[in-house]
Design a protein around this ligand. Structure first.
Ligand SMILES: Nc1ncnc2c1ncn2[C@@H]1O[C@H](COP(=O)(O)OP(=O)(O)OP(=O)(O)O)[C@@H](O)[C@H]1O
Ligand SMILES: [Mg+2]
Length: 315
């Protein structure tokens, strides 16, 4: 049994739980377990994930560092596990609500569970969803009316006016998790005339701290529509059509962007070797050239969500 959110809560604990579950199921599927007679056996696993309120405390007579968790959520998770097939991951309704869009789910319908009064809705988690649908979801979440933040909004508006006039600005918004940083940016973005500005959205993620340029790779996949399953030719065609609109020198940009996106060599294209510091500098220059070319056509708002691990303070 694993708890996500206890003792340290993160904004995305349900997502972490489902990611971990899929990783466990995939790892078990791949693994052969050795037996004492030298042979091997394969094992299967079933996983249930449920999200809900629990009470966490120590039990009289037990060591104080030993925490116990009370509440029906864990019981429901154990029962959901019973609905999973071999190496399957089944989630309950609130986990589904909090993570749909992030994962591909297959509905299992409303199921009676032993020891649970009402039947519960269950879904089978299949895989991580493509990055554009994960991004769309974050943009589409329903919102309560905006309250206050007039002075912060005015400051952003003023910086933008100066940017449009040719003097670029950098603003940093920081604060404790949930204070309203993303909301402020979203409000600001929607206040701008969409036809007269470009937006580059980069999202850092604690899941990718070891991947250089991960936010840019994710953004490129999103804007080019390149999918995990695309072969090199198709990925290259999508990248080429994006760069034809954006890059001053398409052939040069293609070899750097292609390398960052790990597209292997194919017809009339050779990725550069980013292991060389010289080529890495040139790669950054190629990205900067594309941005500068775009900003000559219209002002660009670059929003970067930085999320240092393990405590979230972002902007
Ligand atoms: N001024 C506001 N008026 C109304 N709702 C708000 C306001 N600020 C934030 N919210 C709501 O509060 C919730 C949390 O806000 P938001 O996601 O912007 O926080 P955050 O600071 O970006 O958090 P994190 O550090 O986790 O990224 C959202 O549902 C958001 O719509
Ligand atoms: Mg945020």
């Amino acid at each position: 049994m694993a708890y996500f959110g206890v003792p340290q809560a993160h904004e995305n604990d349900p997502e972490r739980a489902v990611r971990a579950s899929l990783a466990v199921a995939a790892a078990i599927k791949e693994h052969q377990f050795p037996l004492s007679d030298g042979s091997f056996v394969r094992l299967g696993v079933r996983i249930g994930v449920n999200t809900g309120v629990v009470v966490v405390g120590s039990v009289p007579g037990e060591p104080p560092e030993r925490r116990e968790v009370f509440g029906s959520s864990a019981h429901v998770a154990a029962r959901l596990q019973g609905l999973a097939g071999e190496n399957g991951v089944v989630v309950g309704a609130s986990t589904y609500e909090l993570t749909r869009g992030t994962f591909n789910y297959v509905p299992l319908g409303r199921r009676p569970l032993k020891g649970v009064e009402e039947p519960v809705d269950a879904w089978s988690a299949e895989a991580l969803a493509p990055s554009e649908s994960r991004f769309d979801r974050a943009q589409r979440l329903p919102l309560a009316p905006m309250i206050s933040r007039a002075s912060e909004s005015a400051l952003l508006a003023e910086m933008w006016q100066q940017t449009v006039a040719g003097a670029g600005h950098v603003g940093v918004i920081s604060g404790e998790p949930g204070i309203g940083k993303s909301r402020l940016i979203r409000q600001f973005r929607s206040s701008l005339d969409a036809s007269r500005r470009g937006v580059v959205s980069l999202q850092c993620s604690p899941f990718h701290i070891n991947t250089p340029l991960a936010p840019e790779i994710e953004r490129l996949r999103r804007v080019t529509g390149i999918q995990e399953a695309d072969d090199a030719e198709l990925a290259l065609a999508k990248l080429r059509s994006f760069l034809a609109r954006e890059a001053p020198n398409v052939t040069n940009a293609l070899s750097y962007y292609g390398a960052v996106l790990s597209i292997p060599a194919c017809s009339e294209y050779e990725p550069v070797d980013l292991g060389s510091p010289f080529e890495r500098d040139r790669a950054f220059q190629a990205f900067i050239d594309v941005l500068i070319a775009a900003s000559r056509k219209r002002p660009i708002l670059i929003d970067v969500v930085e999320r240092p691990a393990p405590t979230a303070s972002s902007c």
